[in-house]
Write a protein that binds this ligand. Structure first.
Ligand SMILES: [Zn+2]
Length: 135
């Protein structure tokens, strides 16, 4: 599995993941939240930002099931899901649902973040259906 390589803009996000915190970039000029991390605020053009700890909760906005062909490194995992989660704070994040069969995935289902360690130094944010939804 390829490991994300943090850069200047997203290092705070990945550091949060290492600490099992989902962090969202926040413009310090206008307060707008944005994801994925980038250098400039799309709302006001501000270039200064900080990080807020998100709740980790959201809902499935869209999804697909990848059957392949896909990149060789992911082929053995197919079929797998790719979801767009709208966080309760507003921004969208692309991820996967874990512990969930494809036929269980629905638009609007409530989800919460879980972190999966991948190499001892990096954790990836994934999501699972909240216990209340799964009951
Ligand atoms: Zn702004």
């Amino acid at each position: 599995m390829p490991i994300p390589v943090p850069n200047f803009d997203n290092a705070g996000f990945w550091e949060g993941c290492r600490q099992h915190e989902l962090r969202i970039q926040r413009c310090t000029a206008c307060g707008a939240l944005r994801h994925p991390p980038r250098p400039m605020c799309p709302h006001c053009g501000g270039v200064d930002s900080d990080w807020m700890r998100a709740s980790g909760r959201g809902s499935v906005f869209s999804f697909t099931i990848v059957h392949g062909p896909t990149l060789p490194v992911f082929q053995a995992q197919a079929p797998y899901n790719v979801v767009v989660v709208q966080l309760d704070e507003g921004p969208y994040i692309v991820s996967n649902l874990v512990d969930c069969r494809a036929e269980q995935i629905r638009i609007g289902v409530k989800v919460e973040v879980v972190f999966e360690g991948v190499d001892g130094t990096m954790s990836l944010p994934r999501f699972r259906v909240t216990a209340k939804e799964g009951a």
